[in-house]
Design a protein around this ligand. Structure first.
Ligand SMILES: [Zn+2]
Length: 681
């Protein structure tokens, strides 16, 4: 009883504060909302009062003058609110069916329009680029508001906050979850000019990032020595980071790594002369921040000239803020990212990251790295990649085996059922899933694209060279097959279409990694390598620690930007650097024994990704937890049980999957075991 009261009060509070304070440009007065609620409650009884109030308030918040008068709104609600539970279920089933058709066909259209870009079908024509970028469903939401279908849906299947989904959702059946997902299709009504603003800011940021190429041949040490091939151009930051990682295998790599690190610091502070970016013939010494021409003469430049990094970042922040007014329930970009996109509260995400970083395993792993490198760790060793377990089998032999087994895409297609059986799927499952996956020859390295409706197939895109598939291609194809299997199960085996899918990408990646890791089983060469398991855990943990710090910086900078609407590119730069140092000093300095490093701010996705970075460490944590659980279990039945839950909230999904919420414990435990086996205490 007490719980019910609290629930009722919080429901009222929610309605009052979410829809009362800021109605956006709603044209319905609170008086009309109250009147409609009263009329409907009189008709359907007080038990329905809360659901009526929710639906009416939310529909009103989206209603604009051009949709009709207040009287029209009143009539619309009276005619379209479905108070009878059986009729409501009927309405849901009908909508669910129609949305499968709508979304499924739009998905099919996109697949077809992009096919010339994605598939190995000869030269790309200019028209392919135009049509490949065309988004056929772009006007769907507008159309459904125009014909009032969206209002009918919101009125009957209103929105629930993440807190409500997290608490009440534990008791919801799949039908109730379907109701919630149905209503979420129409969270906001964003005008075209605001979408354009975001699209423009994103395009400018993407162009800025994709044009930020460093001519590595121009980098010199203070003594003027070049270190990299003259024609090597690397994009910041991925290219630079991967080059740095690759140098662990190079006996003379340390000097190169140090030079790349100095360069990264100059990019973060924007002290790097902008005329060096994408240049030819110039020489740049990042340690002393000196620029030379091709004859060795000093080139004068003003520090910070043409600095654009934080202008682009600020523009993204401002574009995202322009959405705030249209999401009364989620009035900041931060809230939308965590509560709507990820559906994990920010405090929980932050707690997971800090738990990784404050574990004693962090310093112990650094100690192990020092042992393996034979030197003290440097700050750039956050990218140490020496834990990658490399197969002891020769790649040549594997290439040969794979090419014989899979001379073309059809051979791989015909083998899917057998692959599933080998991995532990039952004959019924394998026979059900295999025909629902189509293998296409890819232009690039490959990807997996799921179906949007049950009558369509999932697509596995893989590249098979003329002489047959090679081992690398096979390894990637196994990863993509994992995605396809998830896509098929979470489309066909969920209780209703509105629930199809997984909570977020980390959950599908987990299964893709499981498939990829078992690739040798398919070749009959299953490796029994106990050390490999330890190395995997260490590699995952170290990578998760690196990106957790980066994500914390991203999160803190966004909070600062929201608290400082007057921010300029200059103040955003200063604050980003300050926050990067603070996060470093708190979690990394005790391990690396050096303070005030800015490196956690180097990620390009911080500039153009609009708070995307927390997805990476979450991905590591979720994937590891799921993989550890699946180890040694009958894969097929477990995968079907787990992934047929569909798109419920992540914490409940994980609880249903492995018996507990999202946790770093499996990763920490495996790391501790690995450290013990390596005699690190
Ligand atoms: Zn993947």
């Amino acid at each position: 009883m007490k719980n019910l009261l609290i629930l009722a009060l919080s429901g009222l509070f929610l309605t009052a504060c979410l829809f009362g304070a800021d109605k956006g440009s709603s044209s319905v007065s609170s008086g009309t909302v109250e009147k409609v609620c009263r009329l409907l409650t009189d008709r359907y009884g007080s038990d329905a009062a809360m659901s009526i109030e929710r639906g009416v308030s939310q529909a009103a918040s989206l209603w604009r003058a051009e949709d009709g008068s207040e009287k029209d709104f009143e009539t619309f609600c009276q005619e379209n609110y479905v108070g009878d539970p059986a009729k409501k279920e009927l309405l849901f089933r009908r909508l669910d069916e129609q949305f499968e058709s709508l979304m499924g066909h739009f998905n099919k259209l996109s697949l077809d329009l992009k096919a010339p870009l994605h598939l190995d079908r000869g030269e790309i024509q200019p028209i392919d680029l135009i049509l490949g970028q065309y988004e056929p469903s772009a006007h769907l939401s507008d159309d459904l508001f125009l014909n009032k279908a969206a209002f009918l849906i919101v009125l009957n299947f209103p929105y629930y906050t993440l807190t409500e989904k997290s608490t009440l959702g534990a008791g919801w059946n799949p039908l109730q979850w379907g109701y919630v997902r149905m209503g979420e299709r129409f969270l906001a009504r964003v005008p075209a000019h605001v979408n354009q603003l975001i699209s423009d800011a994103t395009t400018r940021a993407d162009n800025y990032i994709s044009g930020y190429n460093i001519p590595m041949g121009g980098l010199v040490t203070p003594k003027g020595k070049t270190l990299f091939p003259e024609n090597l151009r690397l994009i910041s930051h991925w290219g630079l980071r991967d080059e740095l990682k690759g140098r662990y295998a190079d006996p003379k790599g340390l000097e190169k790594q140090k030079t790349i690190y100095e360069l990264m610091k100059r990019i973060i502070t924007q002290e790097i002369p902008s005329r060096f970016i994408d240049s030819k013939g110039l020489r740049y010494d990042p340690l002393n921040n000196l620029l030379y021409d091709d004859k060795g003469g000093k080139v004068a430049f003003k520090v910070g000239e043409g600095a654009e990094r934080y202008e682009r970042f600020l523009e993204i922040v401002q574009a995202m803020k322009a959405l705030d007014a249209y999401y009364p329930e989620l009035p900041t970009h931060i809230a939308r990212r965590f509560e709507a996109d990820r559906e994990i509260p920010e405090v929980q995400v932050e707690a997971l990251f800090t738990k990784l970083l404050t574990s004693p395993a962090f310093a112990k792993t650094a100690k192990l790295i020092e042992k393996r490198l034979g030197r003290k760790v440097e700050p750039f060793d956050i990218w140490y990649d020496g834990f990658k377990s490399r197969s002891s089998l020769s790649e040549e032999l594997l290439d040969k085996m794979v090419a014989e087994k899979f001379p073309n895409t059809i051979a791989f297609q015909n083998h899917i059922e057998k692959i599933l059986l080998t991995l532990g799927f039952t004959p019924e499952q394998a026979a059900f899933i295999a025909p629902k996956i189509e293998v296409d020859p890819a232009r690039g390295s490959g990807h997996a694209w799921g179906a949007g409706m049950r009558s369509e197939k999932a697509h596995l895109r893989t590249r098979v060279p003329a002489g047959g598939m090679n081992y690398k291609g096979f390894n990637i194809a196994m990863h993509e097959l994992g995605h396809n299997v998830e896509q098929t199960i979470s489309l066909h085996k969920v209780a209703n279409y509105s629930l199809n899918g997984v909570p977020n990408t980390a959950f599908t990646e987990a299964l893709a990694f499981v498939f990829q890791a078992r690739d040798l089983d398919i070749l009959g060469m299953a490796k029994k390598d106990p050390k490999g398991k330890d190395l995997n855990a260490l590699d995952d943990y170290w990578a998760a620690c690196e990106i957790a710090g980066v994500a914390l910086v991203d999160m803190k900078v966004w909070h600062w930007a929201y608290e400082h609407p007057e921010a300029t590119a200059e103040s955003l730069q200063a604050e980003t650097i300050k926050i990067a140092k603070e996060v470093w000093n708190r979690y990394y300095a005790p391990v690396f024994k050096v303070k005030d490093q800015t490196v956690l701010a180097i990620y390009s996705h911080m500039i153009d990704g609009a708070l995307y970075l927390p997805d990476y460490p979450l991905g590591h944590i979720i994937a590891f937890q799921l993989q550890s659980y699946l180890e040694g279990k009958p894969l097929g039945p477990e995968v079907e049980r787990i992934f047929s839950a569909g798109r419920i909230v992540p914490q409940q999904w994980m609880k249903n999957a492995v018996g507990e919420e999202i946790s770093v414990e499996p990763l920490l435990k495996a790391t501790e075991t690995a450290l013990k086996n390596q005699a690190i205490r």
